[in-house]
Design a protein around this ligand. Structure first.
Ligand code: SAH
Ligand code: SF4
Ligand code: F3S
Length: 480
């Protein structure tokens, strides 16, 4: 069967553990609504990584508690929010275009306030409001508790901007409202920010310093999800391996390996995933936790970015090619049957053809199940923008990227072909997009599996024997 190539232009977000989601309109299940209605509706669209989608659930919880109601109908909205991403130039372009659509809509409608949340709000601050006059509210990722006040300020015609970054905010006790979820899988944010300063990356500037959320509140959230019938949680952070939290009473420190195991112990029927691991910090201790806990999935998202040591040094990734290969070896040694995925950047400043070949050869070494692949996009203010010239012509960047994509497609297909004839335990998540007679779920390795529904339903575990595949998905039938 023919498989589609990933479109270069549309791979503008990073959602390693979810399907690609861009500009999704979100809705709250009626059962979650508690505070008395204040007469105002809001509409929210989310862009970017899983952290941003998780943040929209915090925003919904805060607005919900202040009497606002969510709507999917733009016409009905008193406030329109975009939760935005700044990771590449294209991600911001898409949001600007969406903002200009909203501006047109606003001309026909009296009082809808337009708000930008998230990373682009943090990066551009009041420029969006003052210079470009595109929006009424600007709210950065650490200021969501202030949103009800910002809405009132905007209603009174005042400047409504809060982009203060915090060293403490983790929204620990806010119970996120699960937006349009499938009721089976959920994200849990375990930390915020990033201290790594990879030279290409805007995240440390938009999300501030790294801080870890209390392990108590994480475990309480996982328990609450189990009580609500959820069967899978994904622990989220930009660099989960540097999770570190000290119990203020016992002074005991919880690291990521400890947290992962504690989460797995909450309920053995609930799967646990996590993202993202940084190759410099991923410990053997974490690998052993994955290996000995059946419900911690045998899957690691371990972005390499480049296969060349000089480029990795320029990127300030603080590991080299040999170190990365060592981490892949450790994962494969400690976790039998471990699946690994990656993020790759093509055409970083001064990358030569030989160095690009090193990226292709490390892909051959790792044989990733899938990758999120991009060409380098210079971000203002980053270390790379200040220190290095963005000197690889766009056509060369794109050609290198298409070589990387082609190789990944080949590996994805080969990996999937090895699954044909095997039987996997699949957690059923939803109906397949193509047919209501088919269900879709994932196995331990995070591979997407489609099969005729039989008597199975959302939230069940079923055994599926694989009959055929594409590079993206496996297909099969339920077996006893
Ligand atoms: N914390 C994660 C990555 C978060 S950003 C990690 O360290 O791996 C998601 C991905 O976007 C990155 O892994 C990188 O591959 C890509 N990315 C980040 N900045 C970029 C830029 N300026 N140009 C192109 N891709 C970029
Ligand atoms: Fe960005 Fe690097 Fe932090 Fe990932 S680890 S968010 S790539 S600075
Ligand atoms: Fe984008 Fe911010 Fe995530 S820049 S990738 S939404 S942390």
């Amino acid at each position: 069967m023919k498989f589609e190539l990933t479109k270069v232009e549309t791979v503008d977000i990073n959602q390693p553990l979810a399907e690609e989601r861009q500009g999704e309109v979100l809705n709250i299940p009626a059962s979650e609504i508690v505070a008395p209605f204040n007469g105002k509706h809001y509409y929210i669209e989310s862009y970017g990584c899983a952290m941003n989608f998780s943040d929209s659930e915090i925003v919904a919880s805060i607005l919900n508690d202040n009497g606002y109601r969510i709507t999917k109908d733009l016409e009905k909205a008193d406030a329109i929010f975009l939760n935005t991403c700044s990771i590449r130039e294209k991600a911001e372009d898409r949001i600007r275009k969406r903002l200009s659509d909203f501006k047109k809509l606003k001309k026909n409608k009296k009082a809808a306030k337009i708000g930008v949340l998230g990373c682009m709000a943090e990066r551009l601050k009041d420029k969006l409001l003052v210079q470009e006059k595109l929006v009424d509210i600007v709210c950065g990722p650490d200021a969501y508790r202030d949103l009800p006040n910002l809405l009132s300020d905007a209603d009174e015609g005042q400047k409504a901007v809060n982009v203060l970054l915090s060293r403490e905010e983790t929204y620990a006790e806010i119970n996120p409202v699960r937006l349009d979820g499938n009721g089976v899988t959920a994200f849990i944010s375990i930390m915020r920010g990033c201290d790594n300063m990879c030279s290409f990356c805007v995240v440390p500037f938009t999300r501030g310093r790294e801080r870890s959320r209390s392990a108590f509140s994480i475990i309480a959230e996982a328990k609450d999800l189990v009580d609500k019938g959820y069967k899978e949680v994904t622990l989220l952070g930009q660099n989960v391996d540097s999770y570190k939290w000290t119990n203020p009473e016992t002074k005991q420190t919880v690291n990521f390996a400890n947290l992962l195991e504690m989460t797995a112990e909450v309920n053995r029927d609930m799967r646990v995933r996590f993202s993202t691991s940084h190759p410099k910090d991923m410990t053997d201790e974490v690998l052993y936790v994955i290996a000995r806990n059946e419900n911690v999935c045998n899957y690691i998202h371990l972005p390499v970015q480049s296969g060349n040591s000089r480029v990795l040094d320029l990127m300030n990734r603080t590991y080299d090619r040999e170190w990365y290969k060592g981490r892949i070896d450790a994962a494969k040694r400690i976790i039998p049957d471990c699946s690994i995925s990656s993020d790759i950047i093509c055409g970083f400043c001064s990358e030569t053809e030989e160095e690009h070949q090193d990226t292709l050869s490390i892909m051959e070494y790792a044989k990733y199940s899938h990758s999120y692949m991009y060409f380098y996009s210079e971000r203002p203010g980053t270390l790379a923008a200040r220190k290095y010239e963005d000197d690889i012509p766009e056509n060369v960047k794109k050609r290198r990227l298409s070589e990387v994509i082609d190789l990944q497609q080949k590996h994805s297909l080969e990996n999937n072909q090895k699954c044909v004839g095997q039987t996997y335990k699949v957690l059923v998540e939803k109906f397949s997009k193509r047919s209501d007679n088919d269900l879709k779920g994932r196995n331990d390795h995070n591979r997407s599996i489609v099969f005729p529904k039989g008597n199975a339903k959302k939230g069940d575990y079923v055994n599926v024997k694989i009959t055929h595949c594409t590079a993206r998905s496996l297909f099969g039938n339920i077996v006893e």
